[in-house]
Design a protein around this ligand. Structure first.
Ligand code: CTP
Length: 393
C-alpha cells in the first residue's frame, strides 16, 4: 500500500511511546519506509535498539548530527511524505504551536510543509489545561490533523481522557492523507494492455509497437483508487491485482468477454491487431528463394463487441491512436465503436504515445464533448482519465 511512501514518525517523552512500536510494525507491514525522529526524553520510554530494529533505519535524535552536509531536520522533511508525531506530549504541543525549535523533532516540525498528524497523550488534567486547549486550537487552525486521545484507564492510575488513540485510527488517518480517495472501491475494472501478436508460424508473429505503459498505468491507478482490477496484458507483469496474460486477439477477446460479465467497466487500452493470418503454419516457414504471401483476415473488434453487449450500468472506454485529423477521426470512431468514452492521442507527435513515458489525451464522450488532458507522465494522465470518467472532476 505504502511502497512508494516514506513516513516520518516523531516520538516524544510520553508513556504511550511503547504503542508507537506497533504503529511502526503496521506501517512496515504495508511496505512503508519508516524514518524516526525522537526527542531525547522519548528514549526514557522506548529504546533506540527497539526503534531501529522495527523501522530498519537509524533513528534521529541529535540536531547537529549532520549527514551529507544537509541539516538533519531539512533532510527529514525532504525525504518523507508525511510526519506523524505519536505520542505528542503537552510540552511538545506547546513548543511547536509557538514555533520553538529546541531539538531535532521540533525543528523538523517547523520546517515541515507536507501533511502532519499529531496524536496527543497525557494526563486528563493536562489535557484540560486551557493553555494546552489553546495551543491545540492554534495547530488545528494551521491545518495539522489532531487525533484526540481516548478515555479510559491512564498510566497515572486515574480514569479519564488522555490515552493515545488506537494505532489503527492513526494508521487510517495516514492512509486518508497519503492515498487518493477510493472512488473505485467495490468496482471491478477490466483493463487491457500491450499489443496483440498474431502468429505466422511457431517462431514469427505480426505485432505492433505498443509498450503497454498506458494500460499498466491505468491499472495501477485504478488499483490505487480502490478498484478490483483485472489486467489483461500481452506480457507478464507482477502486480498486486489479477493479471491474465494473453497473446493473440482471439485469446484476449475470450478473456475480456469472460471478465467483463461481472465487471463495472472495461478499458481497452491495448493495441489490438485488426488482422490475423488466415492459415497459420504449424511448422517454421522455410525460405526457398521465392516470395511468400500471407493472407490476412479480420480479427474480432473487441471494443465494438463489448460495447454492443454492455448493460446501462457498465462503462466501456476505448483508446485511439491517430496519426492525422485526430479529433475528427476520434469522433467518427466513438460513433462506430459505440463505447461510452474514447481517449484519443496523436501518434504523429514523437514526444507522446506508444513507447514514450508521456502522453496527452483528449477524452471524447458519446455526445462528442471533448476534454483535454495535458501532456504529462502516463501515470499522471492515467489518474486524471480515471478521475474524469469515474469521479471527481
Ligand atoms: N480495438 C479492439 N479490437 C480490435 C481493434 C481495436 O478492441 N480488433 C480497440 C482498441 O483496443 C482501442 C480501439 O479499439 O481501444 C481503437 O483502436 P484503433 O486501432 O484506433 O481502431 P481501429 O478500429 O483499429 O480503427 P483503424 O481503422 O483506425 O485502425
Amino acid at each position: 500500500m505504502f511502497s512508494d511512501k516514506t513516513i516520518l514518525i516523531g516520538i516524544t517523552g510520553a508513556i504511550a511511546a511503547y504503542k508507537t512500536c506497533e504503529l511502526i510494525r503496521l506501517l512496515k507491514k504495508h511496505n512503508a519506509n519508516v524514518k524516526i525522529v525522537v526527542t531525547p526524553n522519548a528514549l526514557n520510554f522506548v529504546t533506540k535498539t527497539t526503534l531501529e530494529t522495527l523501522s530498519q533505519n537509524p533513528i534521529n535524535i541529535e540536531q547537529f548530527d549532520i549527514k551529507n552536509f544537509k541539516p538533519e531536520h531539512i533532510a527529514l522533511t525532504d525525504e518523507s511524505d508525511i510526519f506523524i508525531i505519536a505520542p505528542i506530549s503537552a510540552n511538545t504541543i506547546s513548543k511547536i504551536s509557538h514555533g520553538i525549535c529546541d531539538n531535532l523533532l521540533t525543528s523538523t516540525f517547523c520546517a515541515y510543509k507536507k501533511p502532519i498528524i499529531i496524536a496527543p497523550c497525557m494526563n486528563t488534567n493536562m489535557w484540560e489545561n486551557p493553555a494546552i486547549i489553546q495551543n491545540l486550537e492554534v495547530l488545528k487552525n494551521r491545518g495539522i490533523k489532531i487525533i484526540e486521545p481516548d478515555s479510559g484507564f491512564l498510566a497515572c492510575d486515574t480514569q479519564g481522557k488522555g490515552r493515545l488513540a488506537d494505532i489503527n485510527i492513526i494508521f487510517e488517518s495516514a492512509k486518508e492523507l497519503l492515498l487518493p480517495s477510493q472512488i473505485l472501491k467495490n468496482k471491478k475494472l477490466v483493463i487491457t494492455a500491450g499489443g496483440t501478436k498474431e502468429n505466422i508460424d511457431p517462431v514469427r508473429y505480426i505485432g505492433n509497437y505498443s509498450s503497454g505503459k498506458m494500460g499498466i498505468a491505468l491499472a495501477d491507478s485504478a488499483y490505487k483508487l480502490g478498484a478490483d482490477v483485472v489486467l489483461i496484458s500481452t506480457f507478464e507483469v507482477s502486480k498486486p491485482y489479477k493479471v491474465i496474460v494473453t497473446s493473440d486477439t482471439e485469446n484476449m477477446y475470450n478473456s475480456v468477454k469472460n471478465e467483463f460479465k461481472n465487471a463495472n467497466s472495461l478499458i481497452m487500452a491495448a493495441a489490438v491487431s485488426d488482422f490475423k493470418v488466415k492459415y497459420k503454419s504449424e511448422q517454421k516457414l522455410k525460405k526457398n528463394g521465392s516470395t511468400i504471401t500471407l493472407e490476412l483476415i479480420e480479427n474480432p473488434d473487441i471494443l465494438f463487441e463489448m460495447s454492443k453487449i454492455k448493460t446501462n450500468n457498465q462503462i466501456v472506454v476505448g483508446f485511439c491512436a491517430e496519426s492525422q485529423n485526430l479529433l475528427e477521426n476520434a469522433k467518427t470512431k466513438i460513433l462506430k465503436k459505440g463505447c461510452d468514452y474514447l481517449c484519443a492521442n496523436d501518434i504523429s507527435n514523437k514526444e507522446i504515445g506508444f513507447s514514450s513515458d508521456e502522453n496527452e489525451v483528449y477524452i471524447i464522450n458519446k455526445n462528442l464533448e471533448i476534454q483535454k488532458i495535458n501532456k504529462d507522465k502516463k501515470t499522471i494522465v492515467a489518474m486524471k482519465i480515471l478521475e474524469r470518467i469515474y469521479g471527481r472532476s
